[in-house]
Design a binder for this molecule. Structure first.
Ligand code: SAH
Length: 275
């Protein structure tokens, strides 16, 4: 088991190569920053006009703020989650031709027949994770495992809300794309892993929060095994009673696993093996 990062971390570490960076070819380690507080500092910087100019012009923070207001109106109450959405520049994670749609509540193609989920669904999943026992008592998502890195957008949000994040992607081309996207803006302790996420990532287990961005017919046993006591898993999954996908939430307690269903959703399929 890896030792948890110690806070605070000197700011210059955030922009330099992390120790171990060159050791592993299939993973990238992005070093720790204080969760939540960093999102607030970054948002303040953006609001003060000190953020990086973007393809959307200097008003991308304002466009994001409108997205945040819509999320709030949709019932997302968690301030940390809203702050993370105000901070992460979603338009930088999609093809530049799609940048103008980046802050609409829509899923967008990210290549190889995969999509980035719409902001309201991502926000709902993050808010559900915050209702897990460990997350409630810690005030952050703790150790997180994400299955389905895709373009890296959700991983960037998670990095602001968690103590550490492992994000797994089975498509090499998307893993590489996410590494490029996230490499430019190193925030949090974020490790990108190329492989089959159905196997989880045992070296960093147990996880306080597990979130999947692709939906299967079942919950892989590795995810349940790697969930910490007090931890929560949120994943899209086929719901026979519904005849379609729903969001399943699993809490691990000292006595066992407690499962319940949430909203109907539509995610890309969870597949086996790496490609
Ligand atoms: N969170 C992502 C969403 C990506 S879409 C983002 O913010 O962009 C879901 C991703 O799950 C796809 O990239 C798909 O390749 C990946 N995926 C599907 N099955 C997987 C598996 N078994 N292991 C890892 N990734 C998987």
């Amino acid at each position: 088991m890896t030792r948890p990062p110690r806070f605070p971390v000197p700011l210059d570490r955030l922009h330099g190569k992390a120790p171990g960076h060159s050791r592993k070819s299939a993973t990238e380690v992005l070093r720790p920053q204080r969760p939540l507080q960093h999102a607030a500092e970054h948002a303040a910087k953006q609001a003060a006009g000190q953020g990086t100019p973007s393809g959307l012009g200097m008003d991308s923070a304002a466009v994001r703020e409108r997205m945040v207001q819509r999320l709030r109106a949709d019932g997302i109450r968690h301030e940390g989650v809203l702050q993370a959405f105000a901070t992460v520049e979603r338009h930088r994670f999609v093809d530049s031709a799609l940048a103008t749609q980046a802050y609409e509540d829509t899923s967008l193609p990210i290549g190889l027949s995969q999509t980035i989920s719409k902001p309201s669904v991502v926000a709902r999943m993050l808010a559900l994770l915050f209702e897990g026992e460990n997350a409630r008592s810690n005030g952050h998502l703790g150790r997180v495992m994400e299955i389905g890195t895709g373009c890296g957008y959700q991983a960037a949000l998670l990095a602001l809300l968690a103590r550490s994040v492992v994000s797994i992607e089975r498509l090499q081309a998307l893993h590489d794309k996410a590494r490029t996207h996230l490499g430019e803006r190193r925030q949090g302790d974020l490790r990108l892993v190329y492989g089959d996420g159905r196997l989880g990532h045992a070296p960093r287990a147990p996880y306080d929060s597990i979130v999947a961005a692709a939906g299967g017919e079942d919950l892989p046993t590795a995810w349940l095994d790697q969930l910490a006591v007090g931890g929560r898993l949120v994943a899209p999954m086929f719901d026979a009673a519904r005849g379609g996908q729903g969001l399943v939430v699993v809490d691990r307690t000292a006595a066992g696993y407690v499962r319940h269903w949430q909203d109907a959703v539509h995610f890309v399929p969870l597949k086996s093996g790496a490609a």
